[in-house]
Structure formats: C-alpha cells, structure tokens
Design a protein around this ligand. Sequence first.
Ligand code: PMV
Length: 380
Amino acid sequence: MDEVVASAPGKVVLFGEHAVVYGHPAIAASIAQRTTVTLRTTEEPGVHIGRARVDFERHPHLATMIAHLWDETASPGLDLSVTSDVPRGAGLGSSAAFAVASAVALRAAGGRAVDAGTGAWLEGYASDGSEVALFHGGHDVRRNAEVGERRFGQDALSLEEASLLGHVAEAMSQDGRASPMDTLTSAYGGLVLLSNRLEREDAWIMRRTMPMGDAVRSWELHRLEGLHFEEGLSLVVGHTGINAPTTNMVAGVAARRTEETGIDETMDTIGALVHRGMEALLAGDAEGVGRAMTENHLLLRRLGVSHPALETLVSAALPTSLGAKLTGAGGGGCMIALTQDPKATSEAIELAGGRTWITSFGTPGARLEACPKGGLINPK
Ligand code: PMV
C-alpha cells in the first residue's frame, strides 16, 4: 500500500526558559522521543483520522497544515494515523512534534512545483511568512505540468517551511502567542538557540517574525552545530506526573515581576548564564554545561516556577549527574539531568517517584521515513 511516513522529535530546554519571554536567549535540544505521522490514500475524499473526517476544532494544528499544504477538493482522500512516544502535556513539545511531522508528511505527499530550470519554488512558505505563489497564473500549479516540474518526497521538503508552518499552527491554537522554540527544535533537531538579537553570526539561520496581538515579535534563530562530547553523555528526562499549563506559569512570573523585587535581575543573571552554557557546549565542556544547568535551576526556583516534586527529582538526580534542572514552564512537568551514567540517574529519579526517558544529545530533527516516488498525488 502507498504510504508516506514522517517523524519529528520532542524537545527539552537546556537553558533560559521564562527569561526568553523577556528577550533573553534560550537553548533547546531535541530528544530521542518522536512523533510519527503516517498518511495513506483512501476512497473517501477529505482527510480522516481513524475513519472519521478530521474535526478542525479538536485538531487545530492539523487544520492549519491541511489548509496550507493539502487541496482537499482536488487531491485523493487521506487517512492519517499518529504514534508517539513524546508524552503529552509535559512540556516536551509533543504538539510541535506532531505539527512538524504532519507538515513534512503532507508536503512530501502533495509535492511542490518548482521552476524546471532553476529549481526555485513556485509554491511554498518562506520564513518572512510570505506565500510564494501557491496559485500561478490562475491555475493551481499542483495540476499544471507546464508551469514547472513537480517534485515529491525528499525533493519537495524544506525544514524552514516545516518549522514555520509548525510555528503558525502553534500560534493559531494558542491565541496567537507562541515562541518558535519547540517547532524549530523539532524541525532541525540538535541544539537551537533563540534570542531577540544576533548571538553568533556563524550559528545564525534566520529571523522569524510573527504578529502577536498589536505588536510584531521577532526572534533570531540559531543552530549550535559541530558539538563534540565524549561518548556516553546522556540526558535523562524525569516527569513529575503533574500537569502545569505553561500559560499559568508565564502569568505567575509576570505577576511576581510587579510584586517582588529582584525578578528582573534574576532574569539578567539567567541571560548571562545562557551565554556561559553556550560557550561550554561549543567547547565540549560537559562539566561546564552541567554546572550551568544546575545554576539555571536555582535561578528558576528564585523566579518561583519550581515545585516540591521537581525539587525531589532534581535532588535525586544530582549525585550521579553533571547537572540537573527543571525544563520548560515548571510548576510540575519535567526535569532533565545531564549524566555519564544514565542508568543510575534514571533509577534514582524513578525511586524518587518520577517517570524517566533516556536520550542522547543532539538527536536528528524531522525526517521523511517513507514516500512513493510520486508522493500520494501521483504514486509510482
Ligand atoms: O513548558 P514548555 O516547553 O512549553 O516551555 C515554556 C517555555 C517558557 O519560556 C516558560 C515560555 C515560552 O513561551 O518560552
């Protein structure tokens, strides 16, 4: 049977959560846990999940992807299925992984028209958010062979497009407020750094702008590549089992900024620490990275976003690891530990009541796993 399969990873925040909301940089890393989306053609027109037509209220991310990447009236019917080992509601970027994997699968299946001579896109989405001629000369380029050559599968893919559409999908389902951190990490994999300014010319990949309420926010997006750590360095993710919505945690920090003194200074210290963490990462100094993580945790505690269950898991992890901290919004959710002995660290966290996952450092980003030569429009 013809099918298209794409997968994308979840993420953890190594440094800088919360302070990133106030313009400081943050560094995130992809994890080994992935979400996989499979598309198969069906007789029924439209896109279905488990035989039912996709309910756009229940699946806002998918609604955005279909609206941008799949012509439901002219393309074959699709059945979409999802498997994932990224836990949901734990701050590990499960919705971003789903959005990015869906974007990759739909683009590979539907293909992309390109200029036969130059290979330039005749349709698609670029990082300034502008649409590049989805319809060309009044004809849908997907059907019009003369306009350009249509490429499918790997040849139609763009990580930039997948991360951009993923970000748009997150913003659409979160009242317009979403940072590009999760979707960028899921699309590109490895380590990504975002900031409101250019941090390192050699690591910069693009500027992303997105309207948010009355303002337009912009981020400078970077990738930290070529990292060299000794074999055997792992991250252990520990889940408290407590679900704390990110919006509430961000609102709590905003309130404390006006009620308490020293919060902005703590943010500044976190900003400086992110730079220190970045230097340690680039130098392959695992102990320096671990120390900066633990310091970041103490500063996050000062912002009021830790939780007794997070403290228990971080304390349990520290004796066998190089450093540990909460990851993401806090108030529950997950913590991470950098360790050379993942088995011991994972056992210690589990004994303290956490559920654990082990991941290596810098796992691959979004990936097309399978696709017929002509996608699902024109399978060969
Ligand atoms: O819990 P997560 O992974 O959604 O992370 C939230 C990170 C914050 O810095 C707290 C919020 C944000 O939008 O960056």
